[in-house]
Design a protein around this ligand. Structure first.
Ligand code: SF4
Length: 276
């Protein structure tokens, strides 16, 4: 069976082959479903998606409506047992971070008429046309800018750290999406890659040349070949182990794999929304 890859599958293999095997080959259900950071990311993404859907319907939600949606979605999808790795942070701290992200974003970008054409757009890429190297992904928000005549791939980031220039110039995920957009709309279109770093309320943009995209395709094909031919899946420790949902099954941590289980005057006050 041909596995459909994604940026996160490839990254998981690079980070830790053992985790890749448990998650994608053995399909083991972890005891812990998610981290609080992942939960925050999901709820903020869902809220921004809802905001743009409302805007597309001709409604501009108020800040109160945005935060109400966020709060309800937070409760709806929160799972008990969510990992909180940072000992100095509480669930409320994470909830309040999301509130701040959304207020900042709202105040910076309202009324959100930047040419958004699709939300959570699913893309499938067949890297060499044979069907052997298939990747799928979801673009948070796709924009067509009539002034620049460019497509823009927008991605929301809820992490605290900003990427280095090198990381921006070599980031794989949005570059892959730009290959897909060119396949769909035409190779002659330029694609602007845009990351919204919500914790800093800034956006960072980058572009890729045709040569860079061709090189990226080759690299991904080589990586998929490596994954497909791998016989051993060693556990590879890193700083990310604290957030790993398979830590309790990891040999590095004494675990075993159990039985398989398939700034302006009208700027709203944060105090109105935070939980204490
Ligand atoms: S805890 Fe670390 S080494 Fe172990 S499976 Fe998870 S990522 Fe790999």
């Amino acid at each position: 069976m041909v596995m459909i890859y994604s940026h996160s599958r490839l990254s998981t293999f690079e980070q830790c082959p053992f985790k890749f095997k448990l998650r994608y080959i053995d399909k083991i259900k972890p005891e812990i479903e998610t981290s609080i950071e992942a939960h925050l990311g999901s709820v903020v993404h869902n809220t921004l998606e809802w905001l743009y859907i409302e805007v597309q319907k001709g409604n501009l939600p108020s800040i109160d409506q945005i935060i109400k949606y966020y709060s309800e979605n937070w409760e709806q999808i929160y799972k008990s047992g969510t990992i909180i790795v940072k000992k100095n942070m509480t669930i409320k701290d994470y909830f309040n971070k999301g509130v701040k992200f959304l207020i900042d974003y709202y105040m910076k970008y309202k009324p959100f008429n930047d040419g958004t054409i699709e939300l959570e757009k699913r893309i499938i890429l067949d890297l060499d046309g044979t069907g052997k190297y298939k990747l799928q992904g979801f673009i948070d928000r796709l924009v067509y800018n009539p002034e620049t005549k460019e497509y823009e791939v927008h991605d929301y980031k809820t992490a605290n750290t900003l990427p280095t220039e090198e990381k921006v110039a070599t980031d794989r995920q949005l570059a892959l999406y730009s290959i897909a957009i060119k396949n769909i709309f035409g190779e002659h279109y330029n694609v602007l890659l845009t990351w919204h770093y919500l914790a800093h309320n800034i956006k960072i943009c980058s572009r890729r040349t045709t040569e860079q995209l061709e090189q990226l395709k080759k690299e991904i094909i080589n990586l998929i070949d490596e994954i497909e031919s791998t016989q051993k899946f060693p556990a590879q420790k890193s700083v990310l182990c604290g957030w790993c949902e398979f830590k309790s099954m990891c040999p590095h941590f004494g675990g075993v794999v159990r039985e398989r289980q398939k700034g302006i005057n009208d700027y709203p006050s944060l105090g109105k929304y935070v939980r204490d």
